[in-house]
Write a protein that binds this ligand. Structure first.
Ligand code: ATP
Length: 372
């Protein structure tokens, strides 16, 4: 429509179910653009991933990397296949290359239980799980990505680099995120997760965290060693608000937390930098179910909602914020009234059925009510 703000979205579907949930997501985005005036998404597909590497010898073509640098935002499916490996034995992970190239230093992984959604824990308090893992993504234990050292067949080394600048910016990000959250009216809290009792690098991470927390006196700040954090995430996840952690620790804890709200098909993520951002489900390419039509696209949809919110805030486009609300509400309503029952949790609904339901609800919402 004339006067609408147009956003250029680089779409990287990748491998396996990444391709399937991406196609579903673009259908949903299209429906949102039709029903919410004021913005449009010009989406363009770009190649990359493990299958592409197998066929062409490169995982992330220059043209794709360039597109991620010039687009307004990036939507990413999933990349990697277990049987396609680099010469050093690691899997194809172009998402990590993109994080480094675009300096997407904050991995934001919200874990929120949806009423009517799947739940792992029997305790009724699990209905109120609403936490965010903020994962540092520019250094830590991934700093030697593609550069790990092999000493013949005798040993292998990856470093863990924690810098003051890298820690300050991600810790500040976590506190600012906590500031903006409205969680159950309770005091906001940021928990530093580390292994400061054993590793020098982690003790430094904690030291910098403690220095920065003084800038946010209105927010509760505390620490947990990662082993205790894993235990408490299973025993009482409803007590957490925002957690901030080094790269690998954040990676592991966010998958653990995703398990608490059912599984990977429910867990969205955003990789945020100062200039760019990429949005992708937390899950991988799931080759075990690729092609079966059973992939749960919810995490991809929720990631698209995060993208709309980020674009709306960054460019002051209210229509994007409205669209993000519409999408989140449609998903929440679908689970709450039992219309979405993913095959991932033993229900009858595959990718196509869930997509249809979400679009139906978006259309009903557009006709009947504005999002609250
Ligand atoms: P990566 O390391 O690339 O993140 P992974 O090897 O940890 O990937 P995933 O591809 O995320 O693993 O899959 C883990 C399990 O979760 C698999 O059994 C897969 O089928 C399941 N799974 C992942 N995503 C979904 C989804 N969207 N819908 C249904 N099942 C999923």
């Amino acid at each position: 429509m004339k006067g609408d703000t147009e956003f250029r979205i680089a779409v990287l579907p990748g491998d396996g179910i990444g391709i399937e949930v991406m196609q579903a997501c673009l259908e949903v985005l299209n429906a949102l653009c039709q029903h919410v005036d004021g913005f449009r998404c010009a989406t363009e597909y770009f190649p990359g991933g493990a299958a592409y590497y197998r066929d062409n010898g490169v995982a992330l073509p220059d043209e794709t990397l360039k597109a991620t640098q010039t687009a307004d935002a990036i939507l990413f499916g999933a990349m990697g296949l277990p049987d396609v490996r680099m010469p050093d034995g690691t899997e194809i992970n172009p998402q990590i290359d993109i994080r480094f190239a675009l300096d997407l230093y904050a991995g934001v992984r919200p874990v929120r239980a949806l009423p009517g959604g799947p739940r792992l824990l029997a305790d009724t308090r699990a209905q109120s799980i609403d936490l965010i893992v903020v994962r540092e993504q520019s250094e830590g234990m991934f700093v030697d990505f593609h550069k790990g050292r092999l000493e013949g067949d005798l040993s292998a080394t990856d470093r863990c680099l924690i810098t003051r600048a890298g820690t300050e910016r991600v810790v500040d990000f976590a506190f600012r995120l906590a500031e903006r959250r409205r969680v159950r009216g309770e005091p906001r809290r940021v928990t530093c997760v580390d292994k400061a009792n054993v590793m020098t690098s982690m003790a430094f991470f904690r030291k910098v965290f403690d220095e920065r927390r003084a800038r946010f006196p209105h927010i509760t700040a505390d620490h947990l060693h990662v082993d205790a954090a894993a235990l408490n995430l299973v025993r009482q996840p409803w007590t957490f608000d925002v957690l901030v952690a080094e790269n690998l620790l954040g990676d592991i804890l966010s998958d653990l937390a995703a398990g608490l709200i059912g599984g990977m098909g429910m867990a969205p993520s955003a990789d945020i930098g100062d200039k760019h951002a990429m949005f992708q489900p937390c899950h991988g390419s799931a080759p075990d179910i690729a092609g079966s039509g059973k992939a749960n696209p919810t995490a991809m949809f929720l990631s698209a909602a995060m993208m709309l919110r980020w674009l709306g805030e960054r460019h002051s486009v209210d229509a994007c914020l409205t669209a993000a609300c519409h999408l989140q509400q449609a998903i929440a309503r679908g689970f709450a009234n039992g219309r979405i029952r993913p095959a991932e949790f033993g229900g009858p609904d595959g990718t196509a059925a869930i997509t249809r339901t979400v679009i139906d609800i978006i259309e009903q919402q557009a006709l009947s009510d504005a999002p609250q």
